[in-house]
Design a protein around this ligand. Structure first.
Ligand code: GN1
Ligand code: MG
Length: 359
């Protein structure tokens, strides 16, 4: 018997369970694959990180709005195979798409058979993913509800700097001696990196509904390499389009790993950038403003920068946010993301030129 069976039983749709095994992807929620006997769907069971997503009811409500809206759009467009193109969550015996066991929150999502996630993309698939994310934003542009922020100020660079400053000030883990110079170096670019927030206050830049966690591993592919659907909808909320554009390239255009210990591996893959930008602009140009387009190269630098700040903040705070595999993990992640930031920054002029050639 599996210790998760009492949880699984709360979702009547999950039948004939054969095995439950943890999946290691994701730095936030605990995820399990629940396989069932042939003929019954498998499920992805997740324990929602309640420290981070404080209001699970709001979280699941947002997700239901988003998946419901996309489903309707796909139906209206006469799409086939819709259950492979948008996620569906199981309803628990309390009538909600999550279950609270008195301590933890759980949800279950139908596993899309034959789907897989990738850690890396080719220029061909990167183009398709670009198209898909542009399409995702376009489909949600007329969502008839206001989505609440599941994590307030999630991609607000000014807020992330404030969190870094607070961490530095408190130095609870006594790690400041080690990172003081790095903090000072990162600090030098903070004003420039916070430009989106200023444009927003000046009314020059809109916010739109975005995915806000578009890393490569949050896209499902089929075995032939076709893009199926966008997953991990926890952070779908109002943001700058930079979130989706920049965060995808942060993982996809990195020739190394997010936490690469060898910084020589971390380079900016311009081919991936080109094909993603081409796909994204193709499906998003119908709603992007000239300033949004102009700032896309900035977005590519913003996300590794923001991620470096977030990892560094967590390191200084003594690793309270991200799951880590070894004590210095957040420090190593910081260096790798900061290196990627510098690589992306060196490519800004070329990115601008390429984007201009597209529009
Ligand atoms: C987290 O959910 P997951 O593990 O894909 C984080 C993202 C970071 C990412 C870095 C809610 O994403 O913002 O970019 O780690 N999600 C949250 O890998 O903080
Ligand atoms: Mg996520």
């Amino acid at each position: 018997m599996n210790s998760l069976n009492p949880i699984i039983e709360k979702f009547p749709e999950i039948k004939n369970v054969e095995s439950v095994r943890p999946l290691t992807a994701g730095l936030i929620n605990q995820t399990y694959l629940v396989t069932t006997q042939e003929g019954t769907p498998n499920f992805i069971l997740q324990c929602i990180n309640h420290n981070i997503f404080k209001n699970v009811d709001l979280l699941q409500n947002n997700i239901e709005c988003v998946t419901g809206h996309i489903r309707k759009k796909l139906e209206a467009a006469g799409e086939k195979d819709i259950d492979r193109k948008v996620l569906r969550f199981a309803v628990a015996d309390n009538g909600k798409t999550y279950y609270f066991d008195g301590e933890k929150y759980w949800r279950a999502c139908v596993f899309i058979e034959g789907s897989l996630t990738l850690d890396a993309v080719t220029p061909e698939s990167s183009y398709l993913v670009g198209l898909k994310f542009g399409e995702f934003e376009a489909m949600l542009s007329d969502l008839p509800y206001q989505l609440e922020e599941t994590i307030p100020d999630f991609h607000n660079m000014e807020f992330r700097m404030k969190q870094l400053h607070e961490a530095v000030e408190a130095d609870v883990a006594g790690r400041m001696d080690k990172v003081r110079d790095l903090v000072a170096e990162i600090e030098k670019d903070a004003y420039d990196m916070c430009c989106a927030e200023r444009y927003y206050r000046e009314g020059k830049l809109p916010k739109r509904i975005c995915h806000c966690d578009t890393k490569v591993s949050n896209m499902l592919f089929d075995k032939e390499g076709n893009v199926l659907c966008v997953i991990d909808l926890d952070t779908v909320m109002s943001s700058f389009v930079f979130s989706d554009f920049g965060d995808f390239l942060r993982s996809a255009a990195n020739t190394g790993k997010e936490d690469d210990e060898n910084l020589d591996n971390v380079k900016f893959n311009f081919e991936i950038f080109k094909s993603f930008a081409k796909g994204y602009i193709e499906s998003a140009k119908c709603f992007l403003t000239p300033l949004e387009i102009e700032l896309l190269p900035y977005a590519v630098t913003l996300f590794p920068y923001m991620q470096a700040v977030r990892f560094l903040t967590d390191y200084i705070n003594g690793d309270t946010y991200y799951q880590i595999k070894y004590p210095e993990h957040n420090y190593v992640r910081t260096l790798a993301q900061y290196k990627l930031y510098k690589e992306a920054k060196a490519a800004v002029a070329d990115m601008k030129e390429f984007i201009n050639s597209l529009v």
